[in-house]
Design a protein around this ligand. Structure first.
Ligand SMILES: [Zn+2]
Length: 334
């Protein structure tokens, strides 16, 4: 208890005056007790008149009943003490409120980043990433993959020349596009964000040297580059990793993730469909029937083994769905 004062109490309904004691507690409760009167009120509901010399103070309660007391010094010390704690409590409360708001915003931001946000942001960042940066990322990624995963191609010079010619026709010798040959990770091909496209020997072997199939596969990969899919994927994985790194303080996963991202390029249904569509248009333009790419999908399906994960297989649209889309008559608006 902080203070106990004597007071005269008027209930506001009758003119009867009662002698009461008023106790002030640290927890801000105020107990009024007297002959036939006892109640507890919060200090915050009290209105206490200002001190004027030594005239009695008027304390008004929530129900508008009134008490008068001449214990000015005691009242002053109680008011001082409880007003101080009130301001501290108020400050703490408002700070807590801000802290809580911050935490809520942070959680919402993280959820947003990990879902819709990272897609949107990845798309925007991928769009504005300069070619020089895309080349840097691609060079480093390919170097890392060469060191740990890929082996030099065993294709003949003639075969390489033939595919290079196909590739030049396909890309119209547009700057930034380069075709690389490697082996070691099964019948696969992948596109780095710069326009560097890597074709595996195993894929050439699977196609039985059918150039039209290879053309379709390369066109599909060029489609990924044109739509900036791999860059979006890298940015997206980086965002997630940066968020993880922020909380764990470990940045190494961010660096390591780019390579594995490219390898297990787990493109969305939308991305694969876009790349397939791009390939289809390019094939038609080149006078090659899109069914050759569809046939490649059939081939890869019948030749897939469980321990090898193919880029073409990681996708969500089923192969049949993609084959149907390739074989469907081209829409008029195109
Ligand atoms: Zn693809």
């Amino acid at each position: 208890m902080l203070q106990k004062i004597d007071a005269k109490y008027f209930d506001g309904k009758t003119s009867k005056k009662q002698s009461v004691s008023i106790e002030f507690f640290k927890n801000r409760s105020v107990k009024v007790e007297g002959d036939g009167v006892v109640f507890v009120e919060s200090f915050d509901n009290l209105a206490i008149s200002s001190r004027v010399a030594n005239t009695p103070r008027m304390i008004t309660f929530a129900d508008e009943s009134i008490a008068y007391s001449s214990s000015n010094d005691a009242i002053d010390s109680v008011v001082k003490e409880l007003n101080n704690t009130r301001s501290i409590a108020y400050l703490l409360e408002s700070k807590m409120r801000y802290a809580l708001l911050f935490v809520v915003l942070l959680v919402l931001s993280v959820i947003f980043f990990l879902t819709t946000g990272s897609d949107l942001i990845a798309k925007s960042i991928a769009k504005i990433t300069p070619q020089i940066l895309r080349e840097e990322i691609s060079t480093q990624t390919l170097e890392m993959m060469d060191e740990y995963l890929l082996e030099p191609s065993l294709l003949s010079v003639e075969q390489k020349d033939r595919f290079q010619t196909l590739f030049s026709e396909l890309t119209n010798q547009e700057a930034g596009f380069h075709l690389h040959f490697r082996r070691g990770i099964g019948p696969n091909a992948f596109a780095l964000p710069s326009g560097d496209i890597v074709l595996m020997d195993e894929l050439v072997e699977l196609s039985d040297g059918e150039d039209k199939m290879i053309y379709g596969v390369l066109a599909h990969e060029v489609g990924h580059v044109k739509h900036k899919h791999s860059m979006q994927l890298i940015v997206k994985v980086s965002i997630v990793n940066i968020i993880i790194a922020y909380f764990t303080g470990d940045i190494s996963s961010t660096v390591a993730s780019v390579g594995t991202t490219m390898l297990h390029a787990n493109y969305s249904r939308e991305f694969e469909s876009q790349a397939d569509h791009y390939a289809k248009i390019q094939m038609i333009k080149a006078g090659i029937e899109p069914k050759y790419l569809a046939e490649f999908f059939v081939k890869i399906e019948t030749n897939s083994s469980e321990d090898q994960s193919y880029h073409y297989f990681d996708s969500h649209p089923s192969n049949q769905e993609r084959i149907d889309a390739l074989l469907a008559p081209i829409e008029r608006r195109l």
